[in-house]
Design a protein around this ligand. Sequence first.
Ligand code: ADP
Ligand code: ZN
Length: 211
Amino acid sequence: MNIILFGPPGAGKGTQAEAIAERESIPTISTGNIIREALKSGSELGLQLKQYMSDGRLVPDEVVIGIIKERIEKADCKNGFILDGFPRTIPQAEALDKMGIRIDKVIEIEVSDDIIINRMSGRRVCEVCGASYHLVNKKPQKDGICDKCNGTLVQREDDHPDTVKNRLKIYREQTKPLEVYYSKQGKLAVIQGDNKSIKETVELVLNALEA
Ligand code: ADP
Ligand code: ZN
């Protein structure tokens, strides 16, 4: 099964993606994580992209399209994959269609802006493996330490409130139109994520995949 997950920053896409990945035994592809990895390695691509990310802007379509193309060709995607954070624009969605990549289901997670701004201030990520936590909603076993790899948990530069507002604006302008794009293709399921625990939302997402 080839699945797309989209929703505003802080909607919990990463957590949903992990749950689906585990149940379906397919990999999660997060363009955000791939780009953050590239930044750490200090590669030329990383340097170019750093500024876009820390400003909360989208990186150019051709860059992420290239990243996705290369990643989806790998053997582990043969039985399916979950795209977390791609596509984020209509041209990115069109690129997938043009590459002949069949998408089975698109899950949109809806969360209102004030809830997002609250949640983002508590988000922490592992600086080593990229795993995501929350000070209140998804605590690590030991404060400030990653459960998976013992790495240190930090706040992402683009999770600061002003940058989050900018990311939300860009989300509404550029990503939200995917709703119409995929609903026309008959693939869209929308899930309300407000005031629900992570577990409840995961449940709804898994149910939507069976429908
Ligand atoms: P979140 O988890 O908050 O939704 P991500 O980790 O997915 O955020 O992405 C962080 C940043 O990486 C984005 O703000 C953007 O700069 C860049 N990025 C990730 N995916 C894409 C994409 N598909 N198109 C353009 N930029 C992207
Ligand atoms: Zn870690």
